[in-house]
Design a protein around this ligand. Structure first.
Ligand code: BGP
Length: 486
């Protein structure tokens, strides 16, 4: 019995700021991620700054749910002699032909990547796009076409032109709606016929914890976050409207970070907390996919005195131009307790954890797929899932049975959602199918790849690519359309 549809889009996922490199080449402007240092589990990533008047330089913390605090007169800046993982990343910029050939060898049907906004509009507010940047992505899409691989393109994946942060305050400024609309118009017009699937903003719901990285908003206030999210919703709806005009065959999706949340006990208070925490993510799909602001959010805004600056067509646009599919990332599940509602990372006694403390939950995809499908009845695409682990390269080989086991459970979970529950699933793009820089920690050591890249946390290494055991495993999975899980 075939469990997966014949047109199921198997593939892998990446993001420009973690993969592409060439950050100072081809006329690209600086993005917010280009001023972030590397790090590790114990040494947090920092943002570097400079005071242009005094020449003083330094490092600022990037803690979740905290504002970015810089000394008077300082601005985020690239410092000499500092290592920035996004600048070279794993150098897709110069290796794209080799990498796409590897993806094709595995049998990929889809390749998730992001266009770096600052490669197209170096300052975000430029009148004209950067032709060299446009040409680079043309070359990449042509290469993918050679192998019949569909690109799935995120328009903004944890990067935003630095100028839009410094001079506009990021997405809390409504002017960004126009800049993004312009950017979307350029992308859709140029890549019409080459790119069918688009995602607007990566993990938009993470704006609650990371407004700077998700939305270029340096302060931490619920008011600013609500406004930035609203502006992004309107920009996303405008992108859907535009693609209808430019190429109705394209599909524009939402991209949500989602994880199932379990109550620590059957105390009803714990279950109420689950409801609340789930809404932290679902609010974003309620608006972007459902097309309206849900009452629970309007009530919350009322209670907190949050008011939105809106345009006269905003709510009409949200209703008329919702996203057409939901792309989501899901790596783990979470446990909450009403005794300590803000505490994250409560241990689940039924699950093992990765070396980075992420719960390994074989059922989280089936649960997520059902939750989202029951609520929206729109096609779903698992655009990120995978295991970050430390790998050993020995004699050119990596025996990553732990990754195979994780991914095998994921594929089973998706297959159950399809054939037991009837969920409409478009595809799976395994996160970091080739080793890339970790978004959270900024290190190379946390590897997700089916392909190993010889680079360390400081960017030293040959950049050479090696096929891991999981490469061959996934190749068989794709070849058998999910029947042969090894
Ligand atoms: C998601 C991001 C990715 C990616 C992934 C893994 O949140 O969309 O950019 O990096 O998580 O996270 P990390 O790299 O921190 O392990």
């Amino acid at each position: 019995m075939t469990l997966f549809p014949t047109d199921f889009l198997w593939g892998g996922a990446t993001a420009a700021n973690q993969y592409e490199g060439g950050a100072l080449e081809g006329g690209k402007g600086l993005s917010i991620c280009d001023v972030l240092t590397g790090g590790s589990l114990t040494k947090k990533r920092k943002l570097t700054w400079k005071n242009p008047q005094s020449g003083e330089t330094g490092y600022a913390d990037l803690a979740p749910r905290k504002p970015l605090v810089l000394p008077e007169g300082a601005v985020p800046a690239v410092l000499e002699n500092e290592y920035y993982p996004s600048h070279k990343a794993v150098d897709f910029y110069h290796h794209y032909k080799e990498d796409i050939a590897l993806a094709a060898e595995m049998g990929f049907k889809a390749f998730r990547m992001s266009v770096n906004w600052a490669r197209i509009f170096p300052n975000g507010d430029d009148a004209m796009p950067n032709e060299e940047g446009l040409q680079f992505y043309d070359d990449v899409f042509d290469e993918l076409k050679k192998y019949n691989i569909e690109p799935l393109v995120t328009m903004s994946h944890y990067e935003i032109p630095l100028n839009l942060v410094l001079n506009y305050g990021g997405w809390k400024n409504r002017k960004l709606i126009d800049f993004f609309e312009n950017y979307a118009r350029v992308l859709f017009t140029r890549y019409k016929g080459k790119v069918k699937y688009w995602l607007t903003f990566n993990e938009i719901d993470n704006i609650k914890g990371y407004p700077l990285i998700c939305a270029g908003v340096p302060e931490y206030s619920e008011q600013a976050i609500a406004q930035a999210a609203h502006n992004m919703f309107v920009a996303s709806a405008k992108a859907v409207k535009l693609k209808n005009e430019i190429d109705p065959d394209m599909m524009v999706g939402q991209m949500l970070a989602y994880m199932p949340i379990y109550p620590i006990s059957c105390n009803p208070k714990d279950q109420l907390l689950v409801l609340e925490k789930e809404r932290d993510a679902l609010f974003f799909s309620d608006v972007q996919v459902g097309g309206y602001y849900p009452n629970y959010k309007l009530k919350e805004y009322e209670r907190k005195g949050i008011t939105l600056e809106t345009g006269k067509d905003d709510f009409y646009l949200l209703r008329e131009y919702p996203c057409e599919f939901i792309g989501f990332s899901c790596y783990k599940s979470m446990v909450v307790s009403s005794e300590d509602p803000e505490k994250r990372n409560l241990k689940n006694p039924y699950l093992k954890e990765s070396e980075w403390g992420w719960a390994i939950d074989p059922d989280c995809l089936r649960l997520t797929l059902n939750t989202l499908y029951d609520r929206y009845h729109k096609p779903l695409w698992i655009v990120e899932n995978g295991l970050g682990a430390e790998d050993q390269l020995v004699d050119g080989k990596v025996h990553d049975s732990y990754r195979i086991s994780y991914l095998r459970d994921s594929v089973k979970s998706i297959s159950d959602a399809i054939h037991l529950d009837g969920v409409e699933v478009m595809g799976l793009t395994v996160w970091g199918w080739i080793d890339i820089v970790s978004a959270g920690t900024g290190e190379m050591k946390k590897r997700y790849g089916l392909v190993y890249v010889d680079l360390d946390d400081e960017g030293h290494g040959t950049c050479k690519r090696y096929r891991k055991d999981s490469f061959y495993w996934y190749q068989n999975v794709i070849l058998s359309n999910g029947e042969n899980l090894g």
